[in-house]
Design a protein around this ligand. Structure first.
Ligand code: ATP
Ligand code: MN
Length: 430
């Protein structure tokens, strides 16, 4: 079978859909030239493939080796409908590639009049210089130049040349496609892991930072009492389901192995420079979460959870909370599959109950309405994003003590901070 890049280039919608349905496939991976599947579909005008890729979470402002975005390619080749779709999805109309050329430069150079007009209507500058001091207008034929100049002036554009600036991108998220080789290594040879520094040790195991196959990774060595063949078999059955590469807001478990000599199950995930959302919100890492960023995090999480809810069966023992949401280098929030619990990890124990819906604390896992319970957890996350406070479980105040699943843990809902916050809110309106 042809690879995904060829399928997208040729517009084989059925094959692309099949490929996308396999969660082990990463649609944001790049080929040898850093072209993502979206680059190819946009270049060749494959509208239905473009729709599918965008719906499944393809990154819009992704760059190939030459810093071209999909919009550069769609504009060069005059695919007006695709240019429209990309703009609707907030593609940056003034993105500069390695030459400083924007999609507008190419639309003008290749005489794509219709596309050039649409770009101007959507904020593309006609006087922005590339690295050689040329504007899009310089690149166009006289009639197009006239038309665009008129249009831009009507829209209030300043016609003075804008000098080339390396930093012009500030504010939009540019991303590179990922290295696609990673998800071909489900089974991992423990000897190839280079563990560099221990980051943490807790009840569930040790966390190490390291390198593997040229990638920055994090390794969790799970602490499990009585490692039986049964548990080993469960591990081998459960971890492949966590290798979800197909959504940008899900952080896959990259691989796993069982380490010699004493067998410990080991899981591998990508190193996330900012740590978890919890770290970012409550432990004062070095970037400020303003309101726009908070909304972006919330949207990212909603997209990731929306995707997880389409899986049938759903991933068991996944609990949404800010400790299990990781922040990628481009500030994307991603739901960590490495924080999903295995069946043998202290069944009946709940680590972060403050985010868990009351019904999920009371019922057996198989009786829980997962989608509703996740909505509760999401609401706590929203509250956390707005207030910057840590949701906590205080002592039980109304005598509802849950045995069994919680193992006698006492919790009360909503978290104390949430109740006081809501009360404060009510006081305000009285
Ligand atoms: P649990 O054992 O239930 O997963 P935890 O998530 O608090 O609990 P660890 O998984 O050991 O404990 O994580 C400890 C810290 O390491 C987290 O607070 C987070 O900041 C950091 N960390 C975890 N995973 C990553 C990662 N993939 N990249 C970077 N930092 C991470
Ligand atoms: Mn963790």
């Amino acid at each position: 079978m042809d690879d995904i890049f060829t399928q997208c280039r040729e517009g084989n919608a059925v094959a692309v859909r099949l490929w996308l349905d396999n969660t082990e496939n990463d649609l944001n991976q790049g080929d040898d030239h850093g072209f993502s599947p979206l680059h190819w579909a946009c270049r060749e005008g494959r509208s239905s493939v473009v729709d599918m890729l965008i719906m499944r979470g393809a990154r819009i402002n992704v760059m190939n080796r030459g810093d071209d975005t999909p919009l550069h390619l769609a504009a060069s080749h005059g695919h007006q409908d695709i240019v429209g779709k990309l703009i609707q999805c907030k593609a940056d109309t003034n993105a500069a590639n390695e030459h400083g050329n924007t999609p507008m430069h190419y639309a003008c150079f290749w005489g794509q009049d219709k596309v050039a007009e649409d770009l101007v209507t959507n904020g593309a500058q006609v006087s922005i210089c590339n690295k050689y001091g040329e504007t899009p207008l310089d690149k166009g034929k006289p009639h197009l130049r006239e038309l665009l100049r008129e249009k831009a002036e009507k829209l209030g554009q300043n016609m003075v040349k804008i000098p080339f600036k390396d930093t012009f991108w500030k504010g939009t998220t540019r991303t590179r496609p990922r290295n696609g080789t990673l998800n071909k290594h489900a089974g991992v040879d423990f000897k190839q892991l280079h563990l560099v520094a221990k980051l943490n040790e807790n009840q569930s195991g040790e966390l190490w930072q390291g390198r593997w196959q040229g990638n920055e990774i994090v390794v969790k060595v799970l602490k499990v009492r009585d490692w039986t063949t049964r548990k080993s078999r469960d591990f081998n059955e459960e971890y492949p389901k966590l290798r979800i590469f197909s959504h940008p807001n899900v952080l896959p478990m990259v691989g796993a192995c069982q380490s010699p000599p004493a067998p410990h199950p080991i899981i591998i995930t990508h190193w996330m420079p900012y740590g978890s959302l919890y770290n970012v919100l409550h432990e004062g890492t070095n970037f400020v979460v303003d309101q726009t960023q908070a909304v972006k995090f919330a949207l990212d999480i909603a997209c990731g959870m929306g995707f997880l809810h389409t899986l049938d069966p759903m991933i068991p023992r996944h609990f949404l909370n800010s400790k299990s949401v990781m922040i990628d280098e481009d500030m994307t929030a991603r739901i960590s599959m490495a924080d999903v619990k295995f069946s043998f990890q202290c069944p009946g124990r709940m680590y972060s109950p403050a985010w868990v819906a009351p019904e999920a604390l009371q019922k057996k896992p198989e009786d829980i309405n997962r989608r509703s319970a996740d909505m509760w957890s999401f609401a706590i996350l929203l509250w956390e994003l707005v207030t910057r406070e840590v949701p906590i479980c205080g002592p039980v105040q109304h005598g509802n003590r849950h045995e069994g699943f919680l193992g006698g843990f006492e919790a009360h809902y909503p978290p104390r901070h949430l109740t006081t916050h809501l009360q404060a809110h009510e006081d305000l309106h009285e």
